[in-house]
Design a protein around this ligand. Sequence first.
Ligand code: ZN
Length: 264
Amino acid sequence: MSESLLLIEQSGAVRRIWLNRPAARNAQSQQLLDDLDAAFEDAKADTDTRVVVLAAKGQHFSAGHDLKQAQAERAEFTVEERWAYEEKRYFGYCMRIWDFPKPTIVQVQGACVAAGFMLANMCDLMVAAEDAFFSDPVTHTMGAAATEVLIHPWVMGLRNAKELLFTGGRLGAVEAKAMGMVNRVVPTDRLDEETMTLAQQVAKAPPFAMQILKKSLNRSVDVQGMRQALSAHFDLHQLSHLSEEYRQTKEAGLANALIKGTKA
Ligand code: ZN
């Protein structure tokens, strides 16, 4: 087995799970996603853990899916293969975090882009460093209809989501807080500590009451159709993977991304 791409830190009733591929800006490879899903399952089973914090080592939370690996291993995927891969690892793993029966808090610094944006927004609360920025540019860069889980309008409002996605632009931490997507903005060098303080506060509540409170809060958007909307978007997102636009822009976009990667 290869070495885990995560670090796990236990602090009383709080378990902090760190993405640990800083040299790759925490790009989400297949192994990282599988490790992360397993780590959440462990945290779910551990009765001493009441709150999970999702964090990332290095300057950036996550630059998105690992496009180098995607190009090398999955460029020739059939419709069936891509569907199975993305339904399990992109849509399925994300929704398991959304449905995780304990409160989750994400701490974000630097880039929180594309699949990084999607992953971070599966958590219940978000603490952002002052240097954090958010973006989902894949419609512009790859011709894909956003990322697999269209969580955007549910966490930032429809009009803000449209602007972010239509422009492919960046959103700063303070702007994201004003939109209601971020709970707290903290100095970058205090991100770890401030997030842990918040997590310890949440962890004081009796865990069963907290579990059913979270379930009820999530149901308040389920009754508005969130789950059905996300599921329907996943289907259409798959269609966008098959378009001529996707083929052309993916080739241009991936090449650009690789050039940028060598300059960084
Ligand atoms: Zn996709």
